[in-house]
Write a protein that binds this ligand. Structure first.
Ligand SMILES: [Zn+2]
Length: 422
């Protein structure tokens, strides 16, 4: 489909705002205020009093866990994970994973997220949900294992099989997902890192989320989780490390030296009482910081605007410094930084970029008077302003309707699953 978006306020790569005409074809932005030769629009979107921005990138989540929303809250981390989430997770079927992921895709699309990085446990089911819903994703099969044991090998085989099967889908790409240093031993981490190198994919890992994780790693291996991942080769290619709450100065130097991207999840870290990553320090080091929601079990929302607000607010509060993390910085984290971390050519409204775009309705009480646009996005927008969402140049969401999803069916299936597992 060839789409022209007419006369719309557009966030430029330098974050200024300009009224633009946008020309889209073949999944990409072909022109901004300059009509490509011979371009004939098959669809025109009127941009009057609307804002065009790049789709948000959720750089760490677990979509299948949407079925766990609002049922294990206000608990210590170990009790939350081992006593509440794990027993429910053991009851999930692969089909349950599909419906949880479909619900997550609905939640993300309707609040302006067009791409996410997932860690999952259901081969092909999450990929199927991405394919069906029209969203874009980078998927990683969660890998847990010790040495050369059969379980770890089997999960790695799952990951390879999934990558091979979905090779043709341009909206899907993959990473390997060693879960964390407390669920993968060093020998297994070596195997995973070697496999990632061999198939040319990146690594997606949980890192230094809790104090216990760091202390136990030091006891077992004599080094921090960051150092352990470095020596196992996990940082040799593209790496996205979620959380990074408990880092030493040396850990940060290592992350910077290997160009590791940090996917910070401020609300999940806060809700589980794990603290907050030192984002101002990571930014000072020049580390690429992006934003993730983590799962609906620990947030309990996949709304990236809400996460942007948390990111902008928490660090001002913690540092008692209103300049700590600016609205401009938060906007970049949620768009271009996330896209760069995932290796996706998106995150900016610019010719040659993927047409993963979001249109917001500016005629809302919370957006009058409008003032500074990135401030509005970090402090005033709540996601309900999202009117139209394009992924790969196709309209996948418009005014509450999903082009490819039967929302009634998804609610029915998810509520049925929740009734069974809780
Ligand atoms: Zn996670």
């Amino acid at each position: 489909m060839r789409i022209q978006i007419k006369d719309i306020y557009t966030i430029q790569p330098d974050l200024s705002i300009k009224k633009c005409d946008i020309y889209i074809s073949g999944g990409y932005i072909l022109g901004v205020n300059s009509k490509p030769d011979g371009f004939m629009a098959s669809k025109i979107i009127n941009g009057h009093n609307k804002l065009l921005m790049p789709g948000l990138v959720n750089a760490h989540t677990h979509t299948y866990m949407n079925v766990f929303r609002n049922c294990a809250d206000d608990l210590p981390f170990a009790e939350w994970l081992f006593d509440r989430i794990d027993p429910m997770e053991a009851k999930l079927t692969p089909e349950d994973g599909y419906w949880g992921a479909m619900l997550a895709c609905m939640e993300m699309l309707s609040t302006g997220t067009t791409c996410f990085l997932d860690m999952h446990m259901f081969r092909n089911q999450i990929a199927q949900a991405v394919y069906d819903s029209g969203i874009r994703a980078v998927l990683s099969r969660g890998l847990v294992g010790e040495g050369q044991n059969e379980g770890g090998k089997m999960r790695l085989c799952d990951a390879f099989e999934e990558m091979a099967r979905w090779r043709e889908c341009s909206r899907l790409s993959f990473m390997l997902g060693p879960h964390a240093v407390y669920t993968c031993d060093e020998e297994y981490l070596n195997v995973v890192a070697e496999s990632a190198k061999n198939c040319g994919v990146g690594i997606h890992v949980h890192l230094s989320e809790s104090v216990d994780e760091v202390e136990n790693c030091r006891k077992k291996y004599g080094v921090s989780p960051v150092k352990l991942l470095e020596r196992s080769g996990c940082f040799d290619g593209r790496t996205v490390a979620a959380h990074c709450v408990n880092l030493s100065e040396e850990d940060m130097e290592i992350l910077k030296a290997h160009n590791v991207s940090v996917a910070s999840c401020p609300k999940s870290n806060a809700k589980l009482g794990n603290g907050a990553a030192d984002i101002p320090a990571l930014l000072d080091k020049g580390i690429n910081v992006c934003i993730g929601t983590d799962s609906a079990a620990s947030n309990n929302s996949l709304n990236m605007f809400s996460e942007m607000n948390a990111m902008a607010m928490y660090h001002k509060c913690l540092r008692r410094d209103p300049t700590a993390v600016s609205a401009d910085t938060v906007y970049r984290m949620a768009t271009i930084n996330g896209a760069d971390a995932l290796g996706v050519k998106a995150g900016m409204v610019s010719p040659g970029m993927l047409a993963d775009l979001v249109i917001l309705d500016l005629d809302r009480p919370q957006l009058h008077p409008l003032g500074d646009m990135t401030a509005a996005l970090s402090y005033s927008v709540n996601g309900s302003e999202v009117e139209t969402v394009l992924v790969n140049g196709d309209v996948v969401y418009h005014k509450g309707e999903f082009a490819n999803i039967d929302s009634e069916r998804v609610y029915y299936e998810v509520d049925k699953i929740a009734g069974r597992i809780r």
